[in-house]
Write a protein that binds this ligand. Structure first.
Ligand SMILES: [Zn+2]
Length: 202
């Protein structure tokens, strides 16, 4: 489809096509939708992208999104600092928070192990996770990665690294839709999976 439209229109289609889950057809449809928007609406969208890139970064402790050095959850002293919930992406924190079943802190890996896409442990925030254990006095790590192939492989990998450190390592209960993402699970199901977490054997 390259080169059908000239200049800025094609540039926009190309940029949109780089977004996750947007194929060439969707990119084209969104581009033409944006062309029809009022200038005011289009600039508001553009500004919100610029603003998020300028003001928001990742928490230096847990890698959640943060405005400043630490995120709101790391700054909240009412949360139990000894229990850590490990998730793949910042959006998974939103899903866990909605269940109201968890009052500890988080660690975001910023991905999952995926050999096909060449993503290994070194690409994730694994070293940073291990470094938090002793200084923060963590006693339990809940592995809350997605219930799919990559999420399970990541959980098993982390369990092997964490158990020798003397912390309790648990995995959220099965019962979540297999192959799905945490963010698509409803609050009740995810809440039950957290409550029914089991200690990882071995
Ligand atoms: Zn944080």
């Amino acid at each position: 489809m390259a080169g059908v439209y000239a200049g800025p229109v094609q540039d926009l289609i190309d940029e949109l096509g780089r977004l996750p889950g947007i194929g060439p057809k969707s990119a084209q449809r969104i581009a033409f939708h944006l062309l029809k928007l009022s200038k005011e609406d289009a600039l508001r969208l553009a500004r919100s992208i610029v603003e998020v890139k300028e003001r928001i970064s990742f928490c230096t402790r847990c890698f959640n999104v943060a405005e400043g050095e630490l995120c709101g959850l790391c700054r909240d002293d009412r949360r139990d600092p000894t229990v850590l919930c490990v998730v793949e992406e910042p959006r998974d924190i939103v899903a866990v928070e909605k269940t109201q079943e968890f009052r500890g802190r988080y660690h975001v890996l910023l991905g999952a192990i995926n050999p096909i896409e060449g993503i290994g442990p070194d690409h994730l925030k694994v070293r940073e996770l291990l470094a938090r254990m002793e200084p923060e006095g963590i006693t339990e790590v809940i592995l809350c990665t997605n219930p799919n192939l990559e999420g399970e492989a990541t959980a098993m990998y982390l369990a092997r690294l964490l158990k020798p450190l003397g912390v309790k390592v648990t995995r959220i209960a099965s019962g979540l839709p297999v192959g799905g993402d945490l963010e698509y699970a409803d609050e009740l199901t995810l809440g039950r999976a957290l409550e029914g977490r089991r200690e990882v054997e071995g």
